[in-house]
Design a protein around this ligand. Structure first.
Ligand code: F6R
Length: 241
């Protein structure tokens, strides 16, 4: 696992964007796995800047998002569909048919999981961007999830709902369920780029780096992956030597 410690969030975002840009320079039709949440916002801003300066194009890029809330319509401002369009897709030249975001609404959730899983299996993700939960989750694979898990419907832990309530008016509005790539799907990516910013992430990062590979810390599986880069700011790195 390669660890990069940036001075601050700006530098973290710049370093992460350089990794994505490096990939796209070599492979303009790359498939990217994308995350939502606060952490990758700066990365997406840098990618938009580089697109506007014509350093990169997303014309041939395909994307697969990690997860989506259940119970929220796509057009809900807090759906991950809205997030991705607002934070990245509306500002670059990606084509809508190359965007894959799981759908978490409807009567046929099991079927939606199976369909997304089949799409993932038919694809090869060149680079998967990840954040990490305060509890060590990746995607919405909460502590205790099997490392063999594929795309599924997860009941979010109270801790994750609490952490995400900042995006909603109240905790009651935070969805209880989400559809997420499983850990098995995530680690099938050729390369993984995990980003963490802020002191709240420091214990999860410490556990990732020094802890044992253990289903209680979903991110710990990344130690088995041959090509993982972790980019941290100083606060997220504050519990590692
Ligand atoms: C988001 C996702 C989550 C987040 C994690 C960190 O698609 O899958 O695992 O990456 O919860 O969220 P932030 O970045 O908001 O701290």
């Amino acid at each position: 696992m390669k660890i990069i410690i940036a001075q601050d969030y700006q530098e973290l975002s710049e370093r992460a964007s350089q990794i994505v840009i490096g990939l796209l320079a070599n492979k303009p039709d790359a498939t990217l796995g994308l995350a939502t949440g606060s952490t990758p916002v700066g990365l997406y801003q840098k990618l938009i800047e580089k697109y506007k300066k014509q350093v990169i194009s997303f014309e041939k890029v395909k994307t697969f998002n990690l997860d989506e809330y259940c119970e929220l319509a796509q057009e809900h401002p807090q759906s991950y569909y809205s997030y991705m369009h607002h934070q990245l897709f509306n500002h670059i030249d990606i084509t809508e048919e190359n965007i894959n975001i799981p759908r978490g609404i409807g009567d046929e959730l099991t079927l939606l999981c199976r369909e997304y899983n089949e799409k993932l299996k038919a694809a090869t993700i060149d680079l998967q961007v990840l954040g990490i939960g305060n509890n060590g989750h990746i995607g919405f694979n909460e502590p205790g999830t099997s490392f063999d898990q594929e795309t599924f419907i997860v009941e979010l832990t109270p801790e994750t709902r609490e952490a995400n309530k900042r995006f909603f008016n109240s905790i009651d509005e935070v969805p209880r369920y989400a559809i997420t790539m499983g850990i098995k799907n995530i680690i099938a990516a050729n390369k993984i780029l995990l980003l963490a910013s802020g002191v709240a992430k420091a214990p999860a990062i410490k556990e990732l780096i020094y802890g044992k590979i253990n289903e209680k810390t979903p991110a710990s599986i990344l130690k088995k992956h041959p090509d993982v880069t972790v980019v941290l700011d100083r606060e997220a790195a504050s519990m590692i030597k």
